[in-house]
Design a protein around this ligand. Structure first.
Ligand code: HEC
Length: 130
């Protein structure tokens, strides 16, 4: 192969890598405003199963099997995500098969991150004894 062909090929690889990175952007910053927004959506739609306090005891959650995750538990005891923010985001975006946890793609990526921060704060607040 000609040298120029190589240069073009390697160049395209770099380009693809850059595009790949751009497709998976870093999470938005955890600002008070974002947390507030997450709290609002949480109260409206998530609390019915996961409970207003995040304890998994929402009125609609009581009869579910598997039960809604108790967000007050230490993060590493969360059964599906072990409290890894990227995985929490994935669960909120894609749902959990064979459970009542569905995908919440009607919310923007920004709002889903707001929810990630909201639910993880339940656990952090517990750990701090608040
Ligand atoms: C209809 C009931 C229901 C609603 C509403 C609901 N969830 Fe869930 N969710 C569940 C159940 C049930 C599980 C556990 C599934 C399992 O363990 O297989 C779960 C699990 C999760 C988990 C996984 C945590 C872990 O590691 O175990 C996250 C994160 C989560 N929900 C976030 C949310 C958010 C955010 C909302 C609101 C947008 C929401 N859920 C609304 C029922 C619900």
């Amino acid at each position: 192969m000609k040298k120029r062909t190589w240069i073009i090929m390697i160049g395209s690889l770099f380009l693809l890598a850059t595009i790949g990175l751009a497709a998976n952007p870093a999470p938005p910053k955890k600002t008070p405003q974002l947390l507030k927004e997450g709290g609002k959506v949480y109260e409206q739609v998530c609390a019915s199963c996961h409970g207003s306090k995040g304890d998994g005891k929402g009125p609609a959650g009581a009869v579910l099997k598997p039960p809604p995750t108790d967000f007050q538990k230490p993060l590493k005891e969360w059964p599906n995500t072990k409290g890894d923010p990227q995985k929490v985001f994935e669960v909120i975006s894609k749902g959990i098969p064979n459970s009542a946890m569905v995908a919440w793609t009607q919310y923007s990526e920004q709002q889903r991150w707001a929810l990630v921060y909201r639910v993880m704060d339940f656990s952090r607040a517990m750990a701090k004894g608040k």
